[in-house]
Design a protein around this ligand. Structure first.
Ligand code: NDP
Ligand code: GDP
Length: 348
């Protein structure tokens, strides 16, 4: 039985990847960090919490990470842990650099010392192409990071490459474009939209406040993308891959498609609040997954319209059940709408 160690298992991708690996017959170990409010709701929703071996650790804590690698003694490590929210990286740039950048080097050093044969996957990102004008972007496109998040991920991207080339380690970067699902965090724009539209449809909320509606993203479906992480580690040769659908749509198109599917006019409900506008944004992301298609035989099964449908239906069903008094694992506490968060990015 193969053994895997996942970091970031309480997040969207970690939960789907754990489910995927369990189905493949893996012995799944994962690190989690202690929080004052339990955050196992995704694993509970997928019904896999009791099937995973959890080890307390944090990407900032080298000793605990080392212990986790020793306990798991894995064949494969999937490093998905990150401060993953671009907007928050402007508020907490040092923390983001520590976890998303140095955290990866900690893991690489531990694996290099413990067992160089362990294969490592790193959750790299299309945000590396932040300021790139050329579309679509592929493995050869030069990176222009546009956020502290992207800068930290660029550092870790290079560290993976350096350990691969310098020490012969099986270290791969998956350059994944945005991928979403009903388990996506509520602060990301897709889930924020589908959740709010469902509530508006049911009369639970009137308006939805957003920032810039122009940016375009190549949005895919998270379960399609975690499959690809595994595929990258099953090869004989470690390489980096762009994973994307090859389609791009604006935030406004996402809003329009969601609201239209519920027979609502988004213009009656969407308000612009500059609180959600970033100091520097990313405007055009569209990936070219040709290499993954050719060498991994990977193809996304779900594209834009179907993705919107899946997410909107899940949120609508959830709120309908909520109105009937049902409670759910996925009723994770969200930030209430009416708290005053002071953001330094508004000072400009
Ligand atoms: P999530 O935000 O849903 O999950 C992030 C995970 O990282 C959570 O389990 C979180 O734990 C954990 N984590 C955060 N900080 C630490 C820390 N200091 N020590 C240990 N664990 C930590 O992200 P996704 O699942 O969406 O993304 C997975 C990875 O893929 C991330 O690295 C992200 O940056 C990257 N990525 C994601 C894309 C996407 O579109 N989803 C696109 C490209 C890359 P906790 O629950 O305790 O907060
Ligand atoms: P990102 O691509 O990882 O930054 O994913 P997000 O879902 O957080 O943001 C995607 C795009 O939506 C970015 O260009 C944001 O500026 C834009 N956007 C517009 N309004 C909002 C909003 O209210 N919340 C978020 N998260 N993004 C928004």
């Amino acid at each position: 039985m193969k053994r895997a160690l996942i970091t970031g298992v309480t997040g969207q991708d970690g939960a789907y990847l754990a489910q995927f690996l369990l189905k493949k017959g893996y012995d799944v170990y994962a690190i989690y960090r202690r929080s004052s409010t339990p955050n196992f709701w995704r694993l509970q929703t997928l019904g896999i919490l009791d099937k995973i071996k959890l080890i307390p650790a944090d990407m900032a804590d080298m000793g605990a990470l080392m212990e986790a690698v020793k306990i798991a003694d894995p064949d494969e490590v999937y490093n998905l842990a990150a401060q993953s929210y671009v907007a928050a990286s402007f508020d907490q740039p040092l923390f983001t650099a520590d976890v998303d950048g140095l955290g990866v080097t900690r893991l690489l050093e531990i694996v290099r010392n413990y067992n160089k044969e362990i294969k490592i996957y790193q959750a790299s990102t299309s945000e590396l192409y932040g300021g790139v004008k050329k579309m679509p972007q592929d493995e050869k496109t030069a990176f222009i990071p546009n956020s502290p998040y992207a800068a930290a991920k660029l550092y870790s991207y290079h560290m993976m490459k350096i350990y691969r080339e310098g020490y012969g380690m099986f270290a791969c970067n998956g350059i994944l474009f945005n991928h979403e699902s009903p388990l996506r965090g509520l602060e990301f724009v897709t889930r924020k939209i589908t959740n709010a539209a469902a509530r508006i449809k049911l009369g639970l909320q009137k308006d939805l406040e957003l920032g810039n509606l122009d940016p375009k993203r190549d949005w895919g479906f998270a379960p399609d993308y975690v499959r690809c992480m595994w595929m990258m580690l099953q090869r004989d040769k470690p390489e980096d891959f762009v994973i994307a659908t090859g389609e791009t749509h604006s935030v406004q198109e996402f809003v329009d498609t969601t609201f239209s599917s519920l027979k609502l006019n988004w213009k009656d409900h969407v308000k612009i609040n500059k609180k959600f506008v970033r100091p520097l944004d990313v405007f055009h992301l569209c990936g070219n997954p040709a290499k993954a298609r050719k060498e991994l035989k990977w193809k996304p099964q779900i594209k834009f319209k179907e993705l919107v449908k899946i997410m909107t239906k899940a949120d609508l069903d959830r709120w309908k059940k909520h109105l009937k008094g049902e409670t759910f694992h996925w009723d994770a506490p969200n930030y209430p709408d009416n708290i005053n968060i002071y953001k330094r990015s508004l000072d400009k």
